[in-house]
Design a protein around this ligand. Structure first.
Ligand code: G
Ligand code: G
Ligand code: NA
Ligand code: MN
Length: 254
């Protein structure tokens, strides 16, 4: 079978799995959410990262069926955690192609209706670069999602090719500051800090919270707190992990 056919079957056969990376609220460091990240539990090749199969999905129009599975699985998991006393806010990544099909808002509502997750517990992430591909359409769908109570986040903020004017016009509630700004290279601390502070200020002016992603050291976490970021995520806090492990991690942390 071609990889595309295998992937098509994998989506139907429950061979995909989600790992979850904790998101902390600052400065309390309480875990208030998770980002769902897809993997493929391939019968022969083992656990495959998204880089091994998302490009195939894009090429063969499988991003929307894949995202429907992800939405359904992630919202179902969030309901299970909430019932277990762990009401986490779950973020799901959406591709530019899904936005352009026009079924996103319906797909999100279907997942919420099927699982019973309150919309306030779901965040939809779209990268800055995807936003730029069709900013008007993205803005309209962002607005619709937020009207139904779902939060919207611009991923990889500060690394894409969209204009500041376009970004300011987006009704997003969260700006995920790209890890290239957060995990700054040696010797660029002051410039990176200025860039993060600028995004935080921009977010504040637009009514959006900012999330520092790719936090890899204690210093970077400290910087995110000092600069007024509302949320943080990164390997220093925890790597993405299977759902059973995530529940243990949250329970152990309190
Ligand atoms: O988890 P990992 O760091 O390997 O993810 C690599 C990339 O794959 C990231 O850019 C992430 O946003 C993307 N990704 C992970 N899960 C999904 C998903 O469910 N849908 C989409 N569209 N992208 C995803
Ligand atoms: O592109 P997106 O923002 O969705 O990225 C999610 C991906 O980033 C996940 O696959 C996750 O494995 C990866 N990631 C999460 N935290 C860190 C980190 O601290 N450093 C690096 N290099 N990657 C990270
Ligand atoms: Na993301
Ligand atoms: Mn990102």
């Amino acid at each position: 079978a071609t990889v595309a056919n295998e992937l098509r079957e994998a989506i139907l056969d429950e061979q995909l799995v989600l790992h979850y990376q904790p998101v902390l609220r600052l400065p309390s460091l309480r875990c208030t959410g998770v980002e769902a990240l897809v993997r493929w539990q391939h019968p022969k090749r083992g656990l495959l990262p998204p880089s091994e199969f998302l490009p195939v999905a894009v090429q063969h129009d499988l991003m929307t069926p894949l995202a429907r599975w992800v939405l359904r699985e992630a919202t179902g998991q969030a309901v299970a955690w909430t019932r277990a006393g762990m009401p986490l806010i779950t973020s799901v990544n959406i591709s530019a192609s899904h936005f352009s099909t026009g079924t996103l808002v319906r797909d999100v509502r279907d997942a919420l209706a099927a699982t019973g997750l309150p919309p306030e517990q779901l965040v939809v992430e779209l990268t800055e670069t995807s936003v730029a591909q069709d900013a008007e359409r993205a803005a309209a769908q962002f607005a619709e999602l937020r009207l139904s109570g779902v939060e919207v986040s611009i991923d990889d903020f500060g690394s894409g090719f969209s204009s500041l004017a376009q970004l300011v016009a987006m009704p997003a509630g969260i700006l995920k500051i790209d890890r290239s700004l957060v995990a700054y290279p040696e010797g660029r601390r002051s410039k990176a800090a200025a860039a993060v502070a600028a995004v935080v200020a921009l977010g504040r002016a637009c009514g959006a919270r900012s999330l520092a992603e790719g936090v890899e050291t204690a210093e970077q976490l400290e910087m995110a707190i000092e600069l007024g970021c509302h949320l943080a995520q990164g390997f220093h806090i925890a790597r993405p992990m299977p759902p059973e492990q995530l529940a243990e991690w949250v329970a152990a942390r309190g």
